[in-house]
Design a protein around this ligand. Structure first.
Ligand code: BDR
Ligand code: CA
Length: 309
């Protein structure tokens, strides 16, 4: 049985690797890729998504453009991490693959109504998903689960001392989606900061010798530059592919069901994920919060799957 997924994303080098990992894995039927504004503005995230789909050779997968700004706040971008294009590193050609005319939010609604159990893999701010749930609440029942990269507890924030980027950009959307009533699994910074693109790991991907292996290594060469300086590590955290890897091999991860709320009021802690890891409240347990990863297992999986493209 294949799992039907939609990837909602703001590529982003690590988003790109996540998309490649999904497209390389026969466990998934990728119904579509929906772009959202985040790391860079929407015009670039949708273009980058098409470049990556084309690199993978899976041009049967449609790409849609969605929200160009968060629900209630001004857009904050991260060119200082991802470069001006959002996908700095490899020299990828202009894609021939056309952008779908349908808005990503309408695609999400249509695809969920047409399918019973769809897994939403979210790699960026949750604006598209929140807008679709607001516009058509009936689709929520058709969501099998939501697997999201975002937030952090023990690692603190990466964009402010309190907040992780995806949640910070659209905290209102995150709070709504995490309380939609369907199962939510969160891959936070506590996991991704233990998933480092060391030199050896990047060279193994380059060593695949394929266009995908080489481009992935070039994406990671660029991506880790900023974080190596910031964190003083060999390699930077690889975030978004953990969403896909968790679906493929949950045994690589450990976490537990907890209550999680998002700060949407205080500017000082805006976008902070208030994760009740120790169960000190009676609030309902709405999120499967992943805290630990087998990083060697993750990189072995990534290498094995990317070799297939
Ligand atoms: C998240 O923010 C983005 O910069 C990355 O693509 C990832 O989704 C990490 O905080
Ligand atoms: Ca992302």
């Amino acid at each position: 049985m294949t799992r039907k997924i939609i990837i909602d994303t703001d590529p982003g080098q690590d988003d790109a690797v996540a998309i490649l990992l999904a497209l390389a894995s026969e466990e998934f039927e990728v119904l579509g890729i929906t772009a959202v504004a985040g790391n860079v503005p929407l015009a670039l995230t949708e273009l980058n998504a098409r470049k990556i789909v084309e690199l993978s050779g899976r041009t049967d997968v449609p790409v849609f453009a969605g929200a160009d700004r968060p629900l209630e706040r001004d857009l904050v971008t991260a060119e200082y991490v991802h470069g001006k294009s959002g996908l700095d590193g490899p020299d990828l050609p202009e894609p021939k693959l056309k952008l779908q005319e349908q808005h990503a939010v309408d695609f999400l609604i249509e695809a969920l109504r047409a399918n019973d159990q769809v897994t939403l893999c979210t790699l960026g701010p949750l604006t598209n998903i929140a807008l679709a749930f607001r516009k058509a609440p009936d689709i929520i029942d058709h969501v099998d689960e939501i697997v999201a990269m975002g937030g952090g507890l023990f690692e603190g924030g990466n964009v402010t001392p309190a907040a992780e980027f995806n949640i910070y950009v659209d905290p209102q959307a995150a709070q709504e989606v995490f309380h939609c009533g369907r199962p939510v699994t969160l891959l936070p910074l506590d996991v991704t900061h233990a998933c480092l693109t060391s030199r050896d790991r990047v060279e193994r991907l380059r060593g695949l010798g394929t266009p995908v292996g080489i481009a992935t290594a070039e994406l990671l060469d660029f991506f880790e530059r900023f974080d190596e300086t910031k964190y003083g590590t060999d390699g930077g955290p690889l975030h978004d592919p953990n969403v896909i890897a968790w679906l493929l091999k949950p045994e690589l991860y450990k976490g537990r069901q907890i209550n999680l709320e998002v700060e949407t009021v205080s500017e000082l802690t805006m976008g902070m994920t208030i994760a009740d890891w120790w169960g000190v409240t009676n609030r309902p347990k709405n999120v499967n919060y992943i805290r630990y990863i087998d990083d060697d297992g993750f990189f072995a999986l990534l290498e094995q799957r990317l070799a297939r493209l």
